[in-house]
Structure formats: C-alpha cells, structure tokens
Ligand binder design. Structure first.
Ligand code: 3PY
Ligand code: MG
Length: 237
C-alpha cells in the first residue's frame, strides 16, 4: 500500500519472492506503478498488481506497465473470469490489445515478447464472496486462468463474521476453495494476516501466501521500537 520503491527494496532484502501492489484498497496510481514495478524487477521480486475493478482496461494496462501478474478482485461468475482472461491474454487465448512499445514489451526491444507474453504473466482472480463460491466450478474451468486468490476478509463478511479471518466457517470456506481450485490444477493463493494462518495455508498446499501489509508491518515495528524505548526509560526511573 505504501507507494515507495524503498518498501519494495526492503521486502526483497527480507527475502520475499513477490509483492502485491494493491490498487484496490491502497492509494496507488498507475504513476506509482511506474516506479514500483521497476524497483521490484531490479530487486528480483515479482510485482503482482491488484487492480481496482474488473474493468478490462485496468487489467491490460497493469500488464502493459510491466506487472508479472494481474490480480482481479471480487470475481463471482465464470463469465467474469472469462472476461479477465480476454483482457489479459493475447489471441488466440484472449483479446488483449497489442502494443510493442510498452515496458512489458521492453519498449520494442524484446522481439521474443510476442511469443512469451501470454506465458510470462500470471492471471489470477479473487474468489471472496458467496456468489464466487457458488460459481467456483465455472470459474476454475475458465481456460487461460492461472490461479485463484482467496480473500479471507471479504469471505468473513460474506459468511456473517466480518473480520474474523480465523473463524471456523472462514477456514472451512478457504479450504473448500483450495480443494476445488487444486482439482483443476490451478494455483491457489491466499491473503494471510498472521504467520500462523500463513503456515496453515502453506501446509495445505497453497502456492502463494500474501503475508500481511506493509502498513501493518511498519506500524508494528514503530510500536515495538517505541515501546521498548519507553520501557527502558521506565526501568531507569
Ligand atoms: C480479502 O481478504 O478480502 C482481501 O482482499 C485481502 O486484501
Ligand atoms: Mg478482498
């Protein structure tokens, strides 16, 4: 969420393999992507852009500016998943508009881009509501989709326990999505706000776990530092 290339460099130093640039809930603009994506590429981590809506133009633009993957929130039907694939894949898989002068295409300096473009990006949709769960068989059968990313916060709201991402109903919901997705040989990913939940999902075969938010991590570090200094002062008094 924090629009700074320094955050990306710090994540890479810490050993993360990918970063989700969150345009759905964060304040990031496409202008921000122009610095964040090159920072991620230079640091050797995959920049995955979560776009704000299912709008096809947002999906293809995120890929044109060089995202390694696009993540589309709130997908609740097979038709919506198919529309994402159409926007993200070039023919014959989809109808993404072609322009070789983009960052993704190396500004026309990557002739191999035409052959590689469809396979070098990940197309991920989020299933995070009751309609999405009901439509899961159609969603996971969508040709050209790489994986399903689960949003436990939205799922908790849909299941009537808002914010309780470790509620048994939410855990069961995530598990059922993981099982249905794995059956189609698609990758599953999940947002995990705690290390315990991250471990749980990795142990159950989830391929990608988005572990926390930069805002929360920075707040936690600021708090811990301040508290330790406060304690030290009290000890000295
Ligand atoms: C969710 O948990 O709903 C998310 O989209 C994570 O950011
Ligand atoms: Mg969500």
């Amino acid at each position: 969420m924090i629009a700074s290339p320094i955050i990306i460099e710090l994540l890479a130093q810490a050993g993360f393999e990918a970063v989700v640039l969150d345009m759905e809930h964060g304040p990031l603009s496409f202008d921000n992507l122009n610095t964040l994506i090159p920072a991620a590429r230079a640091s050797g981590i995959y920049p995955i852009v979560r776009v704000k809506t299912q709008d096809s133009a947002l999906v293809s633009s995120a890929l044109d500016v060089g995202a390694a993957g696009v993540l589309v929130p709130q997908i609740d039907s097979g038709a919506a998943a198919a529309s994402v694939v159409r926007a993200a894949r070039f023919a014959p898989l989809g109808r993404r508009g072609v322009n070789p002068y983009t960052r993704a295409a190396g500004y026309n300096a990557r002739p191999e881009w035409y052959a590689r473009a469809n396979s070098e990006v990940a197309v991920l949709v989020m299933v995070e509501g009751s309609a999405g769960i009901a439509a899961l068989p159609e969603i996971v059968a969508t040709p050209g989709l790489d994986g399903v990313f689960i949003g436990p916060f939205d799922l908790s709201q849909a299941l009537g326990v808002p914010g309780k991402v470790d509620h048994p109903a939410v855990l069961a919901g995530v598990e059922s999505i993981v099982a249905a997705t794995a059956k189609q040989n698609l990758a599953t990913a999940v947002f995990a706000p705690t290390a315990i939940l991250a471990r749980r999902w990795l142990d159950r075969g989830v391929r990608m776990v988005a572990l926390g938010y930069d805002t929360a991590m920075v707040l936690e570090a600021f708090r811990a530092t301040r508290d330790s200094a406060t304690l030290t002062r009290a000890d000295e008094d």
